[in-house]
Design a protein around this ligand. Structure first.
Ligand SMILES: Cc1cc2nc3c(=O)[nH]c(=O)nc-3n(C[C@H](O)[C@H](O)[C@H](O)COP(=O)(O)OP(=O)(O)OC[C@H]3O[C@@H](n4cnc5c(N)ncnc54)[C@H](O)[C@@H]3O)c2cc1C
Length: 414
């Protein structure tokens, strides 16, 4: 097995890293001070986005762009190293137009959008002129089972009329958010997997209200705050339907694989930051006459973190390779595996990092606690761990298991 990247992939990944080191990292404190005190992104962010685009480092994670659409056209597997670099800072993905939920929404529109929908919504997203959100989760029902969704989308002539509540919709209150992909029940009486549809709802449609922005474990995502939304008789034309009526889950499925894989890739970048921070702190902080790095316990925490990251990276690369080769049907088991492995692993490393840093580890002076909280959220968002574990178990569970019939057992015969 050849683990080396192609020349093109290596070149792009190195250019992303060079741009990141030269242009983003030196501004991180400025960015943090801005989002800590003011709404939205600092005004200079657009300048960096323009530069990234001019350098050809734009929409890296979209392999299937049309000839006239802007982007670098990497496969999911090829995107890995660049995504890790972006995962080092919470705002880096946006500079390269590779951030969630926009990239997954672009993929949804690529697969399910009509030519008119693509011209109106996909094109400006690809250009980075607008942003979008995805509204599936509802406060009133257990949304890890998406067939529970009660949000009403009633057909009325040439419109759908939308009523209900959604929450934890990342990016919905962003000043540039222009539309949402909303999941709801178009036929509540149909079979569970045919009740729901996906429609495009422009953000300024009358009757759509942002109730509040939510925090998770006391933190708000500064690049894509998660909002609670109320829909009261919101009307959208039937032409805003994505794909077929009743096929909402099929439409949503196209975004799930890439969305989860890209999150995991970025999380590996966060893990690398945590290891670097632990090394730095352990090398200079002293107790009882020794630096922390001299203690076996600390050495072991860091070495175990390294092993776990390397293991997880291999799993992520394989899942990405499978998704590129076989699509969702061939990759979903491996995507579920990494969706469980990676956030748990990075959360564990963040926990060690808090310990190595002592009190400072929980302060706002390091990113450790926000990485911890982000990983904790990842274990729920995009499907909680337990739902993925259930899917993985089902793949193991073939009919007819029998201990007596197992050729590996050697019962003693008298
Ligand atoms: C930071 C953040 C951002 C988010 N962004 C978005 C977004 O942009 N758009 C959006 O629509 N949603 C978003 N979500 C919501 C997220 O996708 C849902 O929270 C998730 O799908 C779980 O749904 P729920 O909260 O209703 O949990 P519930 O369905 O109520 O489940 C609660 C718990 O029940 C357990 N459980 C559920 N099913 C099983 C099972 N089969 N076996 C064993 N245990 C089980 C699990 O432990 C689970 O955590 C976001 C969430 C967070 C935290």
């Amino acid at each position: 097995m050849d683990f080396s990247a192609s020349e093109r992939t290596r070149d792009i990944s190195e250019r992303v890293k060079a741009f990141f080191d030269a242009e983003l990292l030196p501004r991180h404190r400025e960015w943090a001070n801005w989002v800590g005190t003011q709404a939205g992104s600092p005004p200079w962010l657009d300048g960096l986005r323009d530069k990234a685009r001019q350098l050809g480092l734009w929409n890296l994670a979209l392999a299937d762009l049309a000839i006239d659409e802007p982007g670098t056209r990497l496969s999911n597997q090829e995107f890995g190293a660049a995504a890790e670099t972006m995962g080092r800072l919470p705002w880096a993905s946006e500079v390269f137009n590779c951030h969630a939920p926009d990239t997954p929404n672009m993929i949804t529109l690529q697969h399910a959008g009509t030519p008119e929908q693509k011209a109106q919504w996909l094109r400006p997203l690809l250009e980075g002129r607008i942003r979008s959100a995805f509204a599936m989760t509802e406060p009133a029902v257990g949304s890890s089972d998406a067939t529970n969704l009660q949000f009403s989308m009633r057909r009325d002539g040439q419109d759908y009329v939308l009523n209900g509540s959604k929450w934890y919709c990342s990016g919905a209150s962003h000043p540039r958010c222009r539309f949402l992909i909303v999941m709801g029940a178009t036929d509540p009486a149909a079979a569970r997997n045919q009740r729901h549809s996906a429609v495009i709802v422009p953000s300024d449609t009358p009757g759509l209200k942002i109730v509040r922005d939510l925090r998770f474990m006391g933190l708000q995502n500064p690049t894509s705050a998660a909002s609670q939304l109320e829909f009261s008789d919101v009307r959208v034309p039937v032409s805003n339907l994505l794909g077929q009526e009743g096929q909402g889950f099929k439409v949503a499925q196209t975004r799930l694989g890439p969305a989860r894989i890209h999150h995991c890739m970025r999380a590996l970048g966060s893990a690398e930051v945590l290891i670097e921070l632990m090394m730095a702190r352990a090398s200079e902080r002293q107790t009882f006459g020794r630096v922390l790095a001299d203690y076996d316990t600390v050495q072991r925490w860091i070495a175990e973190s390294r092993i776990e990251v390397e293991q997880a990276r291999l799993l992520v690369q394989r899942a990405a390779w499978l998704l590129d080769r076989d699509g969702h049907a061939g990759a979903w088991r491996d995507v579920s595996i990494i969706k469980v492995v990676v956030p748990r692993m990075v959360q564990g490393i963040a926990d060690r990092a808090v310990q190595v840093f002592g009190a400072m580890g929980g302060s706002d002076d390091t990113p450790i606690h926000s990485i911890f909280a982000h990983m904790r959220a990842m274990r729920i968002a995009d499907g909680p761990d337990e739902v993925h574990l259930r899917q993985i178990f089902r793949m193991e569970n073939k009919p007819g298991w029998s201990v007596a019939d197992s050729p590996y057992n050697t019962p003693f015969e008298v």
